[in-house]
Design a protein around this ligand. Sequence first.
Ligand SMILES: [Mn+2]
Length: 346
Amino acid sequence: MNQPTSMDKALDSLADALRQEQRVLITCHVKPDGDALGCLIAMHQAMSSIGADSVMYLADDSPIAPEYQWFEALSEAIFGAPPEDHASRTLITVDCGSAERVGNENLVAAAPRIINIDHHGDNTRFGAVNLVVGGASSTAEILYFVLRKMGVDITTEIAEALYTGILVDSGRFQYSSASATTFQVAADLITRGVDHTKIFHNVYETVPLAKARLLCRLLTNMTIACDGRLAIGLLDSEDFEAAGAGNGLTEGLVDNLRAIEGVRVAALIYARPVGAIEPGHHEEPGKPLYRVSLRSSSEQLNVQKIAGAKGGGGHRQAAGYTAEGETAQQVIDYLVESVSRTLEED
Ligand SMILES: [Mn+2]
């Protein structure tokens, strides 16, 4: 008989822990992407199916990115103020690298118990139970194995949520984190009824016109540095205004910069649109607060380090941070300097 691997053991103990939970609050990171939302929904439906009293919660009450609004289950989620009984519920975080990324410190502090399931290599292991698989394509891929271990029936709706998480976080199965296992999991989800062309259409072919206009401004005004190896796009408050774009339209834009020939590192700097709330940050009136999304073309070019030095985080090839108190030019200068250094070390 095969010896159980450490991964089997970790899955077993997590599945046991989850099966014992009766009242849970499930959450993910602020500004949730397809992986975060897919896992939120899949975990909620799985816990509900085994009889737990489960609530989905998002601390950020800004609108869900348009590419994920087709998830019907999100209509059941609670946004902004948490439910009154939150302090009596076990907090399950999915795709969330740190307690801060939940976006509500008080909620985290009040949680009687935290279960943390994630694939961010820099996850701070803030739970009482942690399952962090740094190399996995997505948290959804990990969650698939967790649900199998729990003996949960993977319905078509759960399968679609997991498939979306995998699709988005693996860069449509193209990033190096997409392994043979990733494809096997996706194939199994498709046999469970996932309509993959529908999901592709919903996520990638329903770009709001305002977002297309934002992309146009981004490409027109981009800065190329480090001998063509660094592409920086800046979207300032006036770009959002001119494009008629509100909150939540920046997801995936940075990938257009990384796709340019010769570019090794891509950066998108964007002003949080007027009215957006960035948990834990307080912008001065009239001054934009910049978020920075970083992508690199290879594992060797570690952008997590560049984001980490500014209090952010993520993965080696995809990371981000908030540039507290910096002008756009200061952000650009920092990126040119730190990416030059990273390229030299490569
Ligand atoms: Mn993820």
